[in-house]
Design a protein around this ligand. Sequence first.
Ligand code: ZN
Length: 243
Amino acid sequence: MNASPADQRRLLEVAELDARIRQAEHARKNPPQAARIQELVGRRNELSHELSGRLGARDDLRAELARIESDVAVVDARSARDADRLAHTSNSKEAQGLESEIASLARRKSDLEDGELELMERLEQADASVAAQEALISETNAEGSTLSAEAKRVIAEATAAFDGATRDRAAIADKIAPELVALYDRLAARGVGAGLLTRGTCGGCNMVLSGTDMQKIRQSAADAVLNCPECGGILVRTEESGL
Ligand SMILES: [Zn+2]
């Protein structure tokens, strides 16, 4: 194939833009924050699971405390009823029975109150343990939000770079003979599309070409489209090539 030396040179710009497009695409798909964000998602799940356990334990204590409070209320009501009966009875045997029951209710109430105090302490600890776990979750969430915002910024920048390079590439490719672009695209899809020849080295694969190959290149017409014998990419010659 033949193509003007100017068109061949433009392929180098296309190749450079293609490299930038690939880089931007990679950056867009792999923001550096992604790994830590994944870690935080896992940590948050673990912390939330632990929090559910702590909330459950606290609910159990609350229910136990409510049961004791209701038992105390029952004891109080019974005591008040007995005291009322005692105030109105003239039967000494009944009075004795009531006094004994009132005393036993007072002991029962005292036991219940001891249990209540102990439960209230345990409930306080349970509240603190829930609060500590919630604080850890908030910290994890805060770090996650910060990193997500950073990742979004990186992705937005990479997307802008991708779009800009894609537009530039289209504009340059439009100026090049379509057959040459098509050849470049076929080659680039497999590996090296085009490389600049400098000091006997192919810029596409960085291989030094043999003297025989260089001899052939020197003898080729300026508009001949040459391929690198090493990587197969289009070998672009300019005044920098030192031929
Ligand atoms: Zn090469």
